[in-house]
Each structure stands twice: as C-alpha cells, then as structure tokens.
Write a protein that binds this ligand. Structure first.
Ligand SMILES: *Cc1c(COP(=O)(O)O)cnc(C)c1O
Length: 374
C-alpha cells in the first residue's frame, strides 16, 4: 500500500480547470451570478465537473471547482464539497436511502443528522450495531479512526461484511485523511470528510466532502446538492484552496508530533501512583487511547494494516477524576481549550461538555503544528 500524497496534486491539481489562471493566488470572488453570452450553453449541456462558464454559485463557481479537482486527486475518486461535514453526512443518507444503518458511537453529530433524516420519512431507519447481522438494504457507516479516542476499526472487514448482503460502506475518515489512510483501497464505497478539520486545518471554515468512485454517482450527488442548497460558500472555497496547498506539510507533521506525544503520555499513564515520569506524578493520567496503542483484535486486525502513512493526530486520555478532567484544559500554556480538531494550533477539550454521553474523565487532544518540545 503506498502512502504518500503527491504534492503536485495539491499545488497544481486545479490547473486543468477552465479559465485563465494568470494570478498565482486567485482573487476572492463572492459573486453568486455570472454574466451570460448570446451563444451560451444551456444548463444541461454544461460539463459540471469542469464548466466552461459558471451560471449561478449554487451550481458551480471557479474556486470550489478547483478545490474539488484537487480533492478528487488527493482522495482518489470523484469529490463533491458541502457546506459542512454534517451537510455531507445528510447528503450521503439521501443518496443511499438505507433501510437500516449500522453505526456505533463516533461523532455524536452524525447520529443527530440521522434523526433529522428520519423527519423526512414515514418509517424511521432502524439503527443497528456494526456487529449485528446485516441484511439487504443496510448501509454500514464506519467512522475510523473514531471520535474521540482516535482508535481504528477494520475497514476491510466491514466492507466485506456489508458487500455480502449487497449493501454499501461509507467511511467517515475525518480523523485520518491521506497519507494516513486510503479507505477505497480497503473496500469503502464512499468516503466522507469533515473538511473543517485536517483538510482546511486553520479553524476558519466549515466544509464537508463526499468522495465516490464513479462519475455517475458524482452527478447524482451534484443534482441533490444543487436542489438541497448545501453548497460550500465561495469565501470558504477560497480559504480551503489556500489550505490545500500546504495540506501535505501539516498532516504529516501533526501525525508525527501526536504519535510522539502519545508515547510520552503512555509512559506517564504507566507510571505507578507513588512514582513520577519526566517530573509528572503517576496516578493522575490513567489511560491513553490511540490507534498506535491498540492491540491486535480477536479477528487478527491491527490498525497498522490500514494506516500506512502515520497515525491520527487526535486522541484521548482519561484522568483519575472528573475534577482533574474538568480543569486540565484551562491549565495548559499552549493548548487552546476549545472543541474541534485538525487545526494548526493544538486544542484540548473536556469532551463531556460537548457530548453529554461521554466519559466524564475524558479529555480529547488535537495536535497542531507546534514543535514537540518548546
Ligand atoms: C466534525 C466531524 C463531523 C462533522 O463535521 P462539521 O464540519 O462540523 O459539520 C463529522 N464527522 C467527524 C468524525 C467529525 O469529527
């Protein structure tokens, strides 16, 4: 399995988009509408993947088209952007129209999106567990690495399991974009990213991406997006294009610093109550969750089989008491106490504040591009 991003795709993967790109960095254009000409093509004659002209920004505009070309190359399929990760999640539900959804834990927002989707249906979709028996009409929704722990689930196993009943596998790969993980190589049918996180990486825009394998699927998604109006904003598209140019530098750096920090924290967590490690007393930190610390499971799966390019830069720790966990985010010098993940600055969050069902001793850490030691 290869594990590298072609920098050329990020820097020049949009050069085939129509138009004269004389500006090195494109101008910010927020125009929603575009002047027509006497000989212009009708809407249904326009090549939506690479329009010769734009009509109205709910269909296409220059920068989001450029972003989608780059994302298609980066994520190895046909990519379509949305207003947010959850808008992409909703679009995937509408696209697959499952009878049942197999899902376990993960980002709590996706479970609420399923509830909204159910409002459009007479009969709500049944939600089952990943390890329940699958039936025809099921959709398997696999988040990996999973929020908030950063631990991995076996993509190939669930791909085979759902394909046996003719169903589809959506992988929410937000925690591990390339070069960390390539879900299509392991049998996924659709990849979802909250581009708000690593892909944008600067905590300044909301966006989501769906990646599918065929142009026909992409066209159907495009039509659905146009008439549900969940398009990414033009300004966000500009910021996202700016971000993509350095994506390969950020993700590799974030992953390696996080992995070093996980090792260090794991040593702290392994220190007995009466001891200390690097000046940190034992017994305060009780556990570290991360794919790199996972054991081989009962089916023989280990995350190293599907994460060729490094581990996730978001992970969680457990502290000895709820009181410790509540205050820790406000005692760190450089970690910003805030929700979200994937940005250039490291974030620390008392997770039960965002997700009431979460373990009250759990802290989530998102590692940015700072040095490992300052
Ligand atoms: C943040 C997140 C989402 C939702 O993305 P938004 O851009 O906030 O809508 C979906 N899945 C995972 C795993 C996430 O971390």
């Amino acid at each position: 399995m290869t594990a590298n991003i072609r920098a050329i795709d990020l820097l020049h993967g949009d050069s085939d988009v129509h138009g004269e790109h004389i500006e090195v960095a494109p101008s910010i254009s927020v125009s929603t509408t575009f002047r027509g000409t006497l000989d212009e093509l009708a809407l249904d004659e326009i090549d939506l993947k690479n329009p010769g002209r734009h009509v109205y920004s709910r269909y296409t505009q220059d920068i989001s088209t450029r972003v989608e070309h780059i994302l298609g190359k980066l994520l190895d399929g046909h990519a379509l952007t949305y207003a947010s990760g959850l808008a992409a999640c909703f679009a995937a539900l509408v696209f697959y129209k499952p009878k049942r959804i197999a899902i376990r834990g993960g980002y709590w927002g996706c479970h609420n999106t399923i509830k909204i989707y159910n409002k459009c249906r007479d009969v709500p979709v049944d939600v089952i567990d990943l390890d329940d028996e699958f039936k025809p009409g099921d959709l398997c929704w696999l988040e990996t690495p999973v929020n908030p722990t950063g631990e991995s689930r076996d993509i190939r196993y669930y791909a085979d399991k759902i394909h046996q009943v003719g169903g589809k596998l959506v992988v929410d790969a937000t925690f591990a974009p390339p070069p960390l993980q390539y879900p299509f190589k392991l049998g996924a049918d659709c990849i979802l990213h909250s581009a708000t996180k690593y892909i944008a990486g600067h905590s300044d825009l909301l966006s989501g991406v769906l990646v599918v394998k065929t142009e026909d699927e992409w066209k159907e998604l495009f039509g659905n997006r146009t008439y549900s109006g969940t398009v990414m904003g033009s300004l966000e598209a500009w910021l996202l294009l700016r971000s993509l140019r350095t994506f390969h530098l950020r993700i590799v750096r974030q992953s390696s610093t996080a992995t070093a920090l996980v090792q260090w924290l794991h040593s702290v967590a392994s220190t007995p109550k009466d001891g200390s490690f690097d000046g940190v007393p034992g017994g305060v930190l009780t556990k570290v969750f991360h794919s790199s610390l996972q054991e081989v499971d009962s089916r023989g799966f280990h995350p190293s089989q599907q994460m060729p390019g490094g581990w996730s830069a978001t992970f969680s720790i457990l502290l000895a008491t709820k009181e410790y966990a509540k205050v820790l985010p406000y005692l760190t010098k450089y970690f910003v106490p805030a929700t979200s993940l994937g940005g250039v600055e490291s974030l620390i969050e008392y997770r039960a504040r965002a997700d009431p069902d979460e373990d009250p001793t759990l802290i989530r850490l998102s590692i940015g591009v700072e040095d490992f030691e300052v």
